[in-house]
Write a protein that binds this ligand. Structure first.
Ligand code: SAH
Length: 360
């Protein structure tokens, strides 16, 4: 039985049932036993694999997108190039390499990383040492200036709360202790929440809805800086405009596992709702693109010609792996549709290339 399980069980015995967002935060970020605090979870031998780890083309396309925005916004001579949740630093390294095709851009970039995990900070430091990155605990401390930010699979790691519809109110799912001492879900008595008022219109008795309290806060902070100082934010994640149902999941060694069985030992995530991100960004004075499928975005940014160019120097299994990676990133039955993207930019700047636009 894990040490973190005992810590959580002791806290529940003392203070009563624990909110799901608090449980998720403990499991992911507890300084001694949290999932991210203690390991590098990526790759075939790890628990999951992300788009930049599948192919260098992912970061290259996003780097070129940022480059076009930098040109469109008058080539600011200094800007903040930021990534929350940079993993192994692969995406940032690939973006910077692509940006070097645009004279002056990489030199103007100040690299800032928002990372909670000391283990991953060390990996990122090695990967990105040439760029002397500066680390932050949260987006709140990012320095002032034009902000160019990419967040891939960051928002899905932020803690969520879950509610079940009961009449015109909501019972919150919380973690309690069963008679056998096992952690399990229970329900609070139903309450009304102003935050969930609009969900009374599109749900029925028993439906589950989720909220991620930090997500709009972070999106608003980023969007406020972009509206005032210029730049762009690109958010990429699995999710939808507005979720319905339980999307909380635990992944270990590429398999779904019980999120309450072994706290701290599995990656916990939930699908990202893009509507609250867009609303917060708009409220902060920024322009927001339409939600755009990852496959469509990468195609418009030129992933297929890039894939063909790279394929010329490959043969045999390496070529097959390259073709499979292109398909995996873009095909609607793989990541192309499950992963959605959103761009946040100043209302005064040209639209961000590759994204579906909406009238403002
Ligand atoms: N963007 C990377 C990694 C995604 S995994 C990629 O595409 O490969 C999620 C990343 O977010 C990890 O680096 C993890 O340590 C970090 N993370 C998770 N929760 C965080 C939080 N609350 N604050 C800062 N970083 C966080």
């Amino acid at each position: 039985m894990s040490a973190l399980r005992d810590i959580i069980a002791a806290q529940i015995s003392r203070e009563g049932p624990m909110r799901l967002d608090h449980y998720m935060a403990e499991c992911l970020l507890h300084p001694d036993h949290g999932y991210y605090a203690t390991r590098d979870p990526f790759g075939a031998k790890g628990d999951f694999i992300t788009a930049p780890e599948i192919s260098q083309m992912f970061g290259e396309m996003l780097g070129l997108c940022l480059a076009q925005v930098w040109l469109d916004q008058g080539r600011p001579s200094r800007f903040i190039l930021a990534e929350p949740g940079p993993g192994r630093g692969t995406l940032m390294a690939d973006m910077l390499r692509a940006m070097r095709a645009v004279p002056g851009m990489a030199e103007a970039a100040e690299v800032h990383l928002v990372e909670a995990s000391p283990t991953l900070r060390a990996v990122q430091g090695q990967r990105l040492s040439a760029y002397a990155p500066v680390w932050h605990d949260s987006v709140e401390s990012l320095p002032d200036g034009p902000l160019f930010l990419v967040a891939n699979e960051f928002f899905d790691a932020l803690p969520i709360r879950q509610f079940e519809r009961r009449g015109e109110g909501w019972a919150e799912r919380q973690i309690g202790l069963g008679a056998d001492g096992a952690l399990g879900l229970g329900l609070t008595p139903p309450t009304n929440y102003a935050l969930l008022e609009h969900r009374l219109l599109d749900t029925q008795e028993g439906d589950v809805v989720e909220i991620c309290p930090l997500a709009p806060q972070i999106a608003g902070r980023i969007a406020g800086q972009i509206a005032a100082r210029g730049g762009v934010a690109i958010v990429i994640d699995y999710g939808n405009w507005r979720s319905l149902g339980d999307t909380f999941q635990a992944l270990k060694a590429h398999e779904m596992v019980d999120p309450f069985a072994d706290p701290g030992e599995a990656d916990l995530t939930a699908h990202v709702d893009f509507e609250p991100l867009a609303q917060a960004a708009r409220a902060a004075g920024a322009r927001v693109s339409a939600m755009t499928g990852q496959g469509a975005l990468l195609e418009r940014l030129g992933i297929t010609p890039r894939a063909q160019a790279l394929a010329k120097s490959l043969t045999g299994p390496a070529l097959e792996a390259h073709i499979a990676a292109h398909r995996r990133l873009t095909h609607p039955e793989e990541m192309g549709h499950l992963f959605q993207t959103l761009a946040i930019s100043p209302v005064t700047a040209p639209p961000v290339p590759g994204f579906d636009q909406i009238d403002h």
